[in-house]
Design a binder for this molecule. Structure first.
Ligand SMILES: Nc1ncnc2c1ncn2[C@@H]1O[C@H](COP(=O)(O)OP(=O)(O)OP(=O)(O)O)[C@@H](O)[C@H]1O
Length: 719
């Protein structure tokens, strides 16, 4: 039987620049490359990654060294970016290994779709396109200019969640015993009677601090799902007390790593082949470990250095069990007054978290996000996003171009290498403003670990697992919010917030309006030396939100948190840093835009609206005057009674009735307790027990009533 033959193609160029050549050198080619095709047996096709590309990598035996010293590999199988057939296209292109391996991928990620072709010309085109993209300068075997001592990370051995054979009943029990203990702790922290020697704010703070440290330890014990959720919660000062938020933020640096054996076995399982087949070298010690995965350095067979992000094994199974339980927990919180009850959307928060978690364990999604982000910044030379090596990426293993950098908060190294800290600070903020105001696609987690400075001073972004998107209509509404804040008009701000669904238009909104006006006056009337930090403003906003009908969509909490993180970084980098200075040109641009808009169709629309209003008023005027006359007439004749709702007195009445009920419960509970004790001493055990149970129920009702009173009091102080 004649074996199937594959088409093998290669392109030879007369003058090959050296490996890793600069763009100019690459373009030195005078003669067009020639194309040669040969028939050869097909190679074994690999396992397909979830992205439809071959996950099984090129065997080392297929690697050839080309004339110019560039490494050549055979093309990947069907659906690969190179679009080659049967995995047999050999293409030594321009002597540049990167061009051959990633040329078309790079083209794709920078805006051009991957070119599918069955002959070697596609490779040439790929390399040409790649030579035009800004990342070309970064190709080639990179020296690691910032080699840092690798930290020894704590190991995950000994944690029950790291074992493969945990059972779901045990896991559910662990979760629920944690939730109930947490509930009890919160109850005692908030109960004034639970403080021996009398309650004081300091004592409560100290106790809360203890609960918060306990919570962090428990979260670590419960593993990845909870660690990630803890990290997410550390962005929600609108939901949790300050002490909890601060403790949870510490989770970032405490995540244990899994063993290199586990990592390698996992990669092999994912890729369906030996790790040596995929990487020429694989560094065993991870350079970083996070809740959901860890990062190792490696070298591809073409010599290119890469960062390999390996997901923790068994995450999906763990998420399924944990999230099933957490859904019940959210429902329980939703009913519980101690956790804000119906005024907080716990179910919504659960759904959002669950979406984020499942998205974060899909590295294909992360790779696509990175590609989109890179595309958004293609014209900004000082922002750098590592390339995704799609051929070496699956849903659980992400291979990226290795782009080492100095972490943005490593001041000593930045100084010793002579980088301008103030430039870095303003670039960090500016890149973020571009994301929020222009592209609408933003990095939702810009903590210092995810931002670094490249050799040439560019800002490197890592980790695209959690991205936020601001749709264009939301951006429009945000702009109106911005304009109304600029005009210091509380009513308009309130309307914009309602449009943004950040404020519920229910009940009495006058206290909200007053808070907003206060906020606007104090915020905008400050002289430059009194200017509040963004973080403080964010905190104030959240404090207002805690007791009022604000419901910040998570997008905004991420935006606020990201800005305050970046602002914090800005101050660390440069004590004279001013957010306002960096943001001013953007704000001006937006105001100019509004001015321009008002000059055009918007002005016509406004005039038309005013004309319509005037016409409607003129038509309805006689009718309205008639109604006013009737109204006054009814008042004079005593036919009309005015019913005035005084909200303050309504609240006071509600509080009085709750207190009345509490007194009644106390009396009934006390009576039943007395009866129980008497009957017990007379030996009438069964009825005595009934009395005790009744007394217990009334006691619980008293506690509940006191909690309601406390809530009403708190609300009163806010307005
Ligand atoms: N392409 C890369 N080149 C060099 N180093 C990298 C690269 N990608 C990641 N790293 C390093 O690994 C660290 C962790 O990467 P990343 O943030 O993507 O992982 P993660 O698991 O999503 O972590 P987390 O979500 O906690 O931030 C980064 O801070 C960076 O130091």
């Amino acid at each position: 039987m004649v074996p199937d033959l594959g088409l093998s193609a290669s392109v030879f160029s007369p003058k090959l620049p050296r490996y890793g050549a600069s763009r100019n050198e690459t373009l030195l080619l005078k003669r067009p490359p020639t194309f040669r095709a040969e028939a050869r047996p097909p190679v074994e096709s690999g396992k397909y990654g979830t992205n439809g590309r071959a996950a099984k990598m090129v065997p080392t035996t297929e690697l050839r060294r080309a004339n110019g010293g560039g490494l050549v590999r055979s093309g990947t199988v069907n659906g690969s970016p190179n679009g080659t057939v049967n995995g047999s296209t050999k293409a030594p292109v321009n002597g540049s290994a990167q061009a051959a391996v990633n040329g078309s991928t790079r083209a794709a990620v920078n805006g051009a779709p991957p070119k599918a072709a069955v002959n070697g010309t596609s490779m040439v085109r790929g390399s040409r396109i790649s030579s035009l993209v800004k990342t070309q300068k970064q190709m080639g075997h990179r020296e690691d200019p910032f080699q840092e001592e690798l930290r020894i990370l704590p190991s995950d051995e000994g944690f029950s969640w790291a074992k493969d054979n945990y059972n779901s009943v045990q896991r559910s029990m662990d979760i629920w015993s944690f939730v109930l203990s947490f509930r009890l702790r919160v109850l005692f922290d908030n109960a004034k009677w639970a403080y021996p020697g009398g309650f004081s704010e300091e004592k409560q703070k100290a106790r809360r601090q203890k609960t918060a440290s306990w919570l962090r330890e428990q979260v670590l014990q419960l593993g990845p799902t909870f660690i990630k959720l803890g990290q997410l919660s550390s962005t929600r000062s609108d939901l949790f007390p300050r002490e909890f938020v601060d403790e949870l933020a510490k989770l970032q640096d405490r995540v244990p790593a899994f063993s290199p054996e586990k990592a390698k076995a996992f990669i092999e399982k994912e890729m369906g082949c030996s790790i040596n087949f995929v990487y020429k070298e694989f560094e065993e010690r991870p350079i970083a470990a996070a809740s959901l995965g860890q990062v190792h350095r490696a070298v591809l067979h073409n010599g290119e250095r890469v960062a390999v992000k390996v997901q923790r094994p068994g995450l999906k199974k763990l998420f399924d069990i944990d999230l099933r339980n957490l859904k019940l927990v959210a429902e329980y919180f939703q009913r519980s007054e101690a956790f804000g009850g119906p005024s907080r959307d716990w179910i919504g928060i659960y759904e959002e978290c669950s979406k984020i978690l499942y998205e974060e364990i899909d590295y294909i999604n992360e790779g696509k996000n990175a590609d989109r982000f890179r595309r958004d910044f293609r014209n900004i030379k000082w922002v750098r996003v590592p390339l995704i090596m799609w051929d070496y990426t699956t849903q659980k293993v992400l291979t990226l171009e290795y782009v080492p950098g100095i972490k943005i908060n490593n001041l000593d190294m930045l100084d010793s290498r002579g980088y301008s800290r103030s430039l870095i600070a303003s670039r960090a903020i500016e890149s973020y403003l571009i994301q929020i105001l222009k592209t609408g696609f933003f990095h939702a987690d810009p903590h210092p670990g995810n931002l670094a400075v490249d050799k040439d001073g560019s800002l490197i972004y890592y980790d695209f697992g959690m991205m936020g998107e601001i749709k264009s209509f939301t951006r429009e509404r945000l702009l109106s919010l911005f304009y109304s804040v600029y005009e210091k008009d509380a009513n308009k701000v309130m309307k914009a917030l309602i449009d943004l669904e950040a404020l519920q238009p229910t009940g009495d909104l006058s206290p909200v309006r007053r808070s907003i006006q206060f906020f606007l006056d104090n915020l905008l009337n400050q002289t430059p030396d009194q200017q509040q930090t963004l973080a403080a403003i964010g905190e104030d906003l959240f404090a207002i939100a805690q007791d009022q009908p604000f419901r910040f969509p998570s997008t905004f909490t991420f935006v606020i948190r990201a800005f305050s993180t970046l602002e914090g970084i800005g101050y660390i980098l440069d004590p004279d840093f001013s957010f306002v200075k960096v943001a001013a040109p953007y704000a001006q641009e937006l105001l100019d835009l509004k001015q321009r808009r008002r000059g055009g169709p918007e002005l016509v629309q406004e005039i038309r609206k005013q004309a319509n209003d005037a016409r409607d008023s003129t038509i309805s005027m006689p009718y309205r005057i008639q109604r006013i006359e009737d109204f006054v007439g009814q008042l004079e004749s005593g036919d009309l009674k005015l019913r005035v709702r005084v909200l303050e007195s309504e609240r006071a009445a509600r509080k009085a009735s709750v207190l009345q009920m509490a007194t009644m419960y106390t009396a009934l509970g006390g009576t039943l307790l007395n009866v129980g004790v008497t009957l017990n001493s007379q030996g009438n055990q069964i009825i005595a027990n009934g009395s005790f149970i009744g007394a217990g129920i009334f006691l619980a009702l008293v506690i509940r009533s006191m909690q309601r009173v406390k809530k009403l009091d708190k609300f009163e102080t806010m307005i």
